[in-house]
Ligand binder design. Sequence first.
Ligand code: CUA
Length: 177
Amino acid sequence: MPRQIDSTKKGQRHMHLHKYEKYWLVFGVTTLVAFLIILGIGAFHQGSHPNNGKKTLDYEKVKEFAPFDNPGVHKVEGKDWDYEVVVLASAFNYNPPEIEVPLGAKVKFIATSADVMHGFEVAGTNINMMLEPGYISEYVTTVNKEGEFLIVCNEYCGTGHTMMHSMLKVVKPNESQ
Ligand code: CUA
């Protein structure tokens, strides 16, 4: 009789552990299924790229599409900003090679890459964008510091990475072209 009680206890303990194992199994499978569903929906509805919401384009033909068919500084009317600065980055330079905007202007930077990932960091300002092929990066800011600011690529992009830079010139309005 005591043996039977022992074995019953063992059996109960075993059942107890088994119950938790089952919970784990159910939890694991549920998590996996949920993950696959989320992944599936994500890939199906938004594409499997990580930058949802950004405008996209075919980077190999980027020079054919506005605004990247005309990089440079453009004065605009009727928008929430005064200037649009269109920048096309490629290994290992920026087009335009130099940007000049008047002090106090509200500027929208619109940039992308024509090949690999590049950075667009304007030293001494809070302008810092990642330029990915196929995606348009935008940043609106008011340039309220006069001077010359070095634009550097802060994403490793190849042998010329450290040579890749440009200049942002913020000048008093009467001095600008
Ligand atoms: Cu371009 Cu680093």
